[in-house]
Design a protein around this ligand. Structure first.
Ligand code: PSU
Ligand code: MN
Length: 311
């Protein structure tokens, strides 16, 4: 059953509506990565391929965005093109928890971050969400207070988030401390280490290592049936063939950060700026890695959604 309370805002695609009616596994996907995280046309191409990967495992993809003041759960190919095409970018808000009510009440368009996608997924009754990387505590946060709303969302919203860890544009140690304070479990999928997005190692441990989608589903089921509300971070390292050298990335990231300070980049512009800068500095290699890790996460997310359906 769809929750009638939210019908005013939620608009399901035909595919997702049917999947809900039949009780099929569904995987939520975010849209900030499309509008503000990757360049056109790689962004749209990747979004389409990720949806296909989810389908190939017997789950249904629900890419989430705000279009004309409605929360769309499941997007058409035209919607994806609209969100990805750079000529529309000035019309597309980057929507986190803070921005959601504004963009809805103004009838505008928005790409949802991890935080906002979690909110919308929970409203739509979707438990599994695949992304690339989560936001976190930025380096220098002791001065800037730049801490992503993704973290406070993970503290309260019941959605499992599959990512490739956190980029070292963030302070990974502080990000993990913040998650610990808020009781958010950080699972390493088939690894003891918390991965650093572009590379498989960060020098920090995950809280727990789990080996199979079955183990993940059982963990999540236990957490939520115990009444332990909040999200779960499932950190799935980038495939070996696409992993970048962490030493080289350290230098690239330091340069990108320096540039962001020089240009006084602030607030929600910080993450998109750094992603673009890193792409430039790596001659596009970071983008290739970004695409590969998102697809890798889609495989795992679909398998997890199928497994969650058995509980
Ligand atoms: N990391 C990426 N690509 C992205 C993002 C993070 O590698 O596109 C996006 C996600 O949508 C994430 C958001 O939720 O950036 C975090 O933004 P902020 O740091 O402003 O909270
Ligand atoms: Mn921020």
């Amino acid at each position: 059953m769809m929750n009638p309370t939210y019908d005013k805002w939620l608009q399901y695609s035909e595919e997702v509506r049917e999947a809900k009616a039949k009780g099929q596994p569904i995987v939520a996907l975010e849209s900030t990565i499309i509008s503000h995280g990757m360049p056109y046309p790689t962004n749209v191409q990747t979004a389409l391929e990720v949806e296909e990967i989810v389908r190939s495992h017997g789950a249904i993809p629900a890419t989430i965005a705000i279009l004309n003041g409605k929360i769309k759960i499941g997007l058409s190919d035209e919607d994806l093109e609209f969100l990805g095409n750079t000529s529309n970018q000035s019309n597309i808000w980057k929507v986190s928890r803070r921005d959601l009510a504004y963009v809805l009440s103004q009838g505008q368009n928005g790409a949802t971050t991890v935080a906002a996608t979690m909110i919308c997924a929970e409203l739509a009754g979707i438990e599994v969400f695949v992304t690339g990387g989560i936001g976190g505590v930025h380096r220098g946060a002791e001065h800037t207070m730049d801490i992503s709303a993704d973290l406070t969302e993970l503290a309260q919203t019941n959605v499992a988030v599959i990512c490739a860890g956190a980029k070292s544009i963030l302070d990974i140690g502080l990000t993990l401390e913040y998650l610990e304070t808020h009781g958010v479990p950080v699972i390493g999928y088939q690894t003891d280490e918390f991965p650093a997005f572009y590379s498989r190692s960060s020098g920090f441990s995950a809280n727990f290592a789990l080996q199979t989608p079955q183990e993940l589903a059982s963990f999540i089921h236990n957490k939520w049936t115990l009444g332990l509300d909040g999200g779960i971070v499932i950190a799935n390292p980038v495939p070996h063939d696409f992993a970048m050298d962490s030493q080289i990335m350290e230098k690239v990231i330091a340069d990108a950060l320096e540039e962001s300070v020089r240009q006084h980049i602030q607030g929600k512009a910080v993450t998109p700026f750094l992603l673009e800068k890193i792409k430039e500095l790596t001659g596009g290699q970071s983008l290739e890695t970004n695409v590969a890790l998102v697809k890798n996460n889609a495989h795992l997310g679909a398998k997890l959604a199928v497994e969650m359906n058995r509980h």
